[in-house]
Ligand binder design. Structure first.
Ligand SMILES: *Cc1c(COP(=O)(O)O)cnc(C)c1O
Length: 465
C-alpha cells in the first residue's frame, strides 16, 4: 500500500533541489549535473518501487539522496587525478604513461603565465616556437635539427605527409604494424596522402627489396621499430645502418620511427632496447620517437635529424595542427636538460623505476605489510614477480620485482574498492590473486597504500564491497 502511495508521490526535481538535505550538493556541483543525477535517481527509485521494494513517502528523499551521492562519487572518480600505480607496469598507457620529473612540474607551472614561447628576449624579435627546446634536442641526439609535435603518431603523419604526399613510401611487410588504440600504419599512410609500397614478406625483407622498390615516385623509406611485439625464428631485415648505406637518390629520406625514445644503456638491467643516438649514428635522415615512453617526459612526438628534412616538415601546413603547447614544451625542456646533465637515472621517475633494485622493492613490501592490522596482515603474502615495461615497449622483456599478493573470492570487488577512494590504487589481477607490485609505487605513497589496503581488506573480510 505504502509502495503504491510512494509511487504516486515521488518528489519532483525542483522540490528536492530546494530541500535542506541537498544544500551541500547544490554547493559542490554544477546545477546541470545535479539535475541529471536527481532525475536519474528518481527514475531508479521508481524502478525499485515498481519492482516491489517497500518504501514510504517520507523515506523517498533520503533514498534519492543516497543514489545521487553515489553518482557524485562516480563523477569525482572520473576527474583526472593521481592514481597509485601498483601494477608494476612502468609505462601504463591507461595511467598516462610516464610520470614527470619534479623539475618538469616546476617548469610547467611557470609556463601557465605569459611566456617567451615565440619571442627572443635578447633581441625582442619573434623567434621559432620553443627554439631552445629544439636546440637542446638536437644537441642531445647529435643531430642538426629537431621539431616537437603532439605525439609520435603525429610525427609519423607529418613526416609521411611532408615527404611522400602523392608519392610512394616504402616499408617492409614485417613492420606494417598496429601500434595500439587502432593506430594502424596502412591507415596512417592513407590519411597522410602517401602511397603504401609494401615490400618483402612478414618474416623476411632484404636490402635488395628496398633497392628494387625505389623509383621516380618514391617519397621516403620508412623503418618502424617493432615496439609492441617481437619476431623470432626464420626472420631477417636490414638494420638502419644497412638501409642508410643503400644507394639512393638525394630526394629519398630514410625515416626511422624509433618509438620509445630510449636515451640510455638499459643492458645493466637485462633489457634490450636501441637508443635514439644509435639510429642517428647509423644514418637515418629523420628519427621519430615519443616523449612519454622511456624518454620520461610529457606526451610529445619528437623529430630529430638532418636540417634539410626537419625543415621540410616545419614548412608543412599540417604542423600547425599538430604543434605542442607551451606547458608541454616546458616540461619537455626540463626533461631534455636532465638527459643532457647525465642525471636521467636520478631524476626521471621512469628510469628510477627501471633501475630500482628488487631487494629494495621487497623491503617496501615488508614495510607495507608491517603497517597492516594483524587480521588483515595474515591474508597478505609477499611474492616474487616480474614487472613488464609496458606502454607498447620492450615486448616480452620484464624486470624482477616483488608484490603484495592477496587472495579473495571477490577479487573484482576488491580491485574496485582500491580504485574508488581518496587515493585510487590500480592493482594487477593475476590468476586467482590480486597483486600490488611495488616497483611503480613511490616511497611517499607507501603509507597511503597501506591504509587503503587495510581498509579494503577489512571490508572484504566482512563481505561489504
Ligand atoms: C608508441 C609508438 C608510436 C606512437 O607514439 P605516440 O607518442 O603514442 O603517438 C609510434 N611508433 C612506435 C614505434 C611506437 O612505439
Amino acid at each position: 500500500m505504502n509502495r503504491l502511495e510512494s509511487l504516486r508521490q515521488l518528489p519532483a526535481v525542483d522540490e528536492l533541489l530546494r530541500c535542506e538535505l541537498f544544500a551541500a550538493l547544490r554547493h559542490q556541483n554544477a546545477h546541470t549535473m545535479l539535475v541529471d543525477w536527481i532525475q536519474h535517481s528518481i527514475e531508479q527509485v521508481r524502478g525499485e518501487l515498481s519492482a516491489g521494494r517497500e518504501m514510504n513517502v517520507e523515506q523517498l528523499p533520503a533514498r534519492i539522496y543516497q543514489l545521487v551521492l553515489q553518482q557524485q562519487l562516480v563523477d569525482q572518480h572520473r576527474r583526472i587525478q593521481p592514481v597509485i600505480n601498483a601494477t608494476g607496469i612502468i609505462l601504463h598507457t591507461n595511467l598516462g604513461r610516464s610520470p614527470l620529473a619534479l623539475a618538469a612540474l616546476e617548469r610547467m607551472q611557470l609556463a601557465t603565465a605569459y611566456t617567451n614561447l615565440e619571442m627572443e628576449l635578447d633581441s625582442g624579435k619573434r623567434s621559432a616556437r620553443a627554439a631552445r627546446v629544439t636546440d637542446l634536442l638536437a644537441r642531445l641526439t647529435g643531430t642538426e635539427d629537431a621539431l616537437v609535435v603532439n605525439n609520435c603518431a603525429g610525427a609519423m603523419m607529418l613526416a609521411l605527409q611532408a615527404t611522400s604526399f602523392g608519392r610512394e613510401a616504402i616499408i617492409s611487410r614485417g613492420q606494417l604494424v598496429e601500434i595500439g588504440g587502432g593506430f594502424r600504419l596502412p591507415e596512417v599512410f592513407q590519411a597522410a596522402g602517401a602511397i603504401l609500397r609494401e615490400i618483402g614478406t612478414t618474416n623476411r625483407t632484404y636490402l635488395s627489396d628496398y633497392q628494387t622498390a625505389m623509383c621516380e615516385s618514391t617519397g621516403a623509406i620508412l623503418r618502424v621499430h617493432r615496439s609492441n611485439f617481437f619476431q623470432s625464428g626464420f626472420v631477417t631485415e636490414p638494420s638502419v645502418k644497412e638501409l642508410a648505406g643503400l644507394k639512393r637518390p638525394d630526394h629519398i629520406p630514410l625515416i626511422d620511427d624509433a618509438g620509445s625514445g630510449n636515451m640510455v644503456d638499459l643492458s645493466p638491467f637485462g633489457l634490450k632496447e636501441a637508443r635514439v643516438v644509435e639510429s642517428v649514428a647509423a644514418g637515418s635522415d629523420l628519427c621519430l620517437f615519443s616523449g612519454d615512453k622511456l624518454f620520461g617526459g610529457p606526451q610529445a612526438g619528437i623529430v630529430v635529424g638532418k636540417k634539410r628534412w626537419v625543415d621540410r616538415l616545419r614548412k608543412s601546413p599540417m604542423l600547425r595542427g599538430l604543434r605542442a603547447d607551451k606547458v608541454t614544451l616546458s616540461a619537455l625542456e626540463a626533461t631534455v636538460e636532465i638527459h643532457l646533465s647525465g642525471k636521467a637515472f636520478e631524476q626521471l621517475p621512469v628510469l628510477q623505476m627501471v633501475s630500482k633494485r628488487s631487494d629494495s622493492i621487497q623491503a617496501n613490501c615488508v614495510a607495507v605489510r608491517e603497517r597492516l592490522s594483524p587480521s588483515v596482515r595474515e591474508r597478505v603474502r609477499i611474492i616474487a614477480c616480474q614487472s613488464p615495461i609496458g606502454g607498447g615497449t620492450l615486448p616480452g622483456q620484464t624486470l624482477p620485482s616483488f608484490a603484495l599478493a592477496v587472495q579473495s573470492p571477490h577479487l573484482e570487488n576488491l580491485a574496485r574498492s582500491l580504485r574508488m577512494g581518496v587515493r585510487p590504487i590500480q592493482s594487477r589481477l593475476c590468476e586467482d590473486r590480486l597483486l600490488l607490485d611495488l616497483r611503480t609505487v613511490d616511497e611517499k605513497e607507501l603509507n597511503s597504500l597501506a591504509s587503503r589496503l587495510d581498509e579494503a581488506l577489512s571490508a572484504d573480510a566482512k563481505g561489504t564491497p
